[in-house]
Design a protein around this ligand. Structure first.
Ligand code: KG4
Ligand code: ZN
Length: 336
């Protein structure tokens, strides 16, 4: 079965073709809107939707050409139904449903976080169910017990900002361009350890809930103090030390919560997915856990069509499918 995957939940248009018979991704294409939103310091939803409309068809044609396939070779279309920006989701939903209607093939609605969660399967062949999953993206930070495709139990999540959101907001207050998460982690490699110490919110809460918004406020207070001491500017070395101290705090909290969740569930495998899963310090620390740890390839950490095509193919094989033109801007993964 040839499955076309469409991702348009936020600021990336992702399209991919997955062949479920050979279990291979045969083409993928991505357009990131990062540069377009950068001048506004964040994603502008209306601009995002309009850009998805411009990109969906050319990216799909590009994938078909690269794979040497025609529209009529596609057997099913999976698209991100939610969660995400309503308008942006609608562009992918409309495109997927219209194309599927014209080809008379099924449509599979995919939960964006399920796409992330299953993305390590695109490159790893040794993952076996059940496993623990840490989803760390710009919009969500969740720890889930995964029994099989479609059976997800939420153990804990951030009660306020997601880890990626905390990275981005902290980067912004340090004067880094949007989206600053990856840049902040680069600068952290230049920082000196223990120059600053930030709180580890809820680390001892005894459950799997997390909180990251206070951390950003602690960084703001520190930045203001440093600026007062340095003629109203923030020297680069101090900025880098702050980046490292912030990153250490986030990594420590995620590590501890995951460690406790592994112990609580008795699971021996961990999957880490979502944009923050690209963070090398987080990867290194999680690899010291007493578990087999799997990450997606760097290119599948952030939003992409491949993970949506893969998740759709799994649902198609398991025959969990529904069909219908709708979007779900807010959607809890444990309810699917
Ligand atoms: O999964 P994703 O593409 O989008 C959502 O579904 O939300 O994740 C994007 C998030 C952004 O917040 C970005 O700053 C963060 O992932 N991110 C990173 C790194 N690369 C991307 N955060 C920390 N370190 C990185 N290397
Ligand atoms: Zn995402």
């Amino acid at each position: 079965m040839l499955v076309l995957g469409i991702e348009s939940s936020c600021d990336e248009t992702g399209v991919a073709l997955f062949d479920s018979n050979s279990n291979t991704l045969i083409a993928h294409a991505l357009h990131t809107q990062m540069a377009m939103h950068a001048e506004y310091g964040g994603v502008v939803p209306e601009l995002a939707s309009r850009d998805h409309i411009r990109r969906l068809l050319p990216l799909t044609k590009h994938c078909l050409n690269n794979a040497n396939k025609n529209y009529t070779d596609i057997d099913a279309i999976g698209y991100t139904q939610g969660p995400g920006l309503g308008g942006a989701l609608l562009t992918g939903a409309a495109f997927a449903n219209a194309l599927a209607f014209s080809l008379n093939i099924p449509v599979i609605e995919v939960h964006h976080l399920e796409g992330h969660l299953l993305s390590p399967f695109l490159s790893e062949k040794d993952i076996r169910f059940p496993f623990l999953a840490l989803l760390v993206s710009g919009g969500h930070t969740q720890i889930m017990a995964v029994e099989e495709v479609g059976k997800y139990t939420l153990l804990g999540e951030s009660i306020d900002d997601a880890a990626g959101e905390a990275f981005d907001k902290t980067a912004k207050l340090l004067g880094l361009p949007y989206p600053g998460g990856a840049k902040l982690s680069q600068l952290a490699t230049l920082g000196e350890n223990k120059k600053f110490e930030f709180p580890r919110p809820m680390i001892n809460s005894g459950d799997f809930q997390m909180s990251f918004s206070g951390l950003k406020t602690a960084v703001l207070t520190c930045v203001n103090q440093q600026k007062q001491q340095h003629n109203n500017s923030l020297p680069e070395n101090i900025r880098n030390d702050i980046c490292l101290a912030f990153q250490n705090a986030v990594v420590d909290v995620l590590y501890r919560k995951v460690k406790d969740a592994l112990k609580h569930t008795g699971l021996k495998q961990l999957i880490v997915a979502g944009g923050v899963g690209a963070n090398t310090a987080l990867r290194a620390k999680l690899q010291t856990l007493n578990a087999k740890v799997f990450f997606p390839k760097q290119e599948w950490c952030t939003d992409n069509g491949a993970m949506i095509a893969y998740a759709a193919a799994q649902h198609l094989q398991a025959a969990h499918k529904a069909g219908g033109f709708t979007v779900k801007p807010r959607w809890n993964l444990s309810t699917i």
